[in-house]
Design a binder for this molecule. Structure first.
Ligand code: CUA
Length: 155
């Protein structure tokens, strides 16, 4: 079978790009540890308010500069609605929902999760710069969706 020269170049280009893209995915996964979410914890969505640690949502100081923050996302607010952290803090955020799917996005960071009933999602971020960070629901969840936000003060 005869393949035109240009056709062959184009096929080689396509195969080369496939190899480049797979290599990038492989490097990102291994070197930058970018993987699909795993280790999700299950929770009974009808008993979120009674299930530790979500029976006391909010910030926990583990050690100097190291925190955990437990959030309940529900129509149409986050609990806690505001937390305050020192600059340089590393925080692991845990979020769940007792009602419908919400978003959990902290503007100006790479913290971007879904709050899914029945599951606890988590992500860790270090706040190297001070300021007021807006935590917003970026998943349409009902008539008050646009009012669903909270604040993270870093100072
Ligand atoms: Cu919660 Cu949109």
């Amino acid at each position: 079978m005869h393949i035109h020269r240009y056709e062959r170049w184009w096929m080689m280009f396509g195969i080369a790009m496939l190899i480049v893209f797979l290599a990038i995915i492989g490097v990102e996964a291994i070197v930058d540890n970018m993987n699909p979410p795993s280790g999700l914890r299950a929770i009974d969505p009808t008993r979120v308010a009674q299930t530790p640690p979500f029976d006391h949502p909010g910030l926990r100081n583990l050690s100097p500069g190291r925190y955990e923050a437990y959030y309940i996302a529900q129509v149409f607010s986050f609990n806690p609605s505001s937390i305050t952290l020192p600059v340089g803090s590393t925080v692991t955020f845990y979020v769940t929902s007792p009602d419908v799917v919400h978003g959990f996005y902290i503007a100006r960071t790479d913290v971007n999760m879904m709050a899914v009933p029945g599951w606890v999602n988590s992500d860790t971020h270090t706040f190297t710069r001070g300021g007021t960070y807006l935590l917003i629901c970026h998943e349409y969840c009902g008539a008050g969706h646009q009012n669903m936000f909270a604040k993270i003060e870093v100072r």
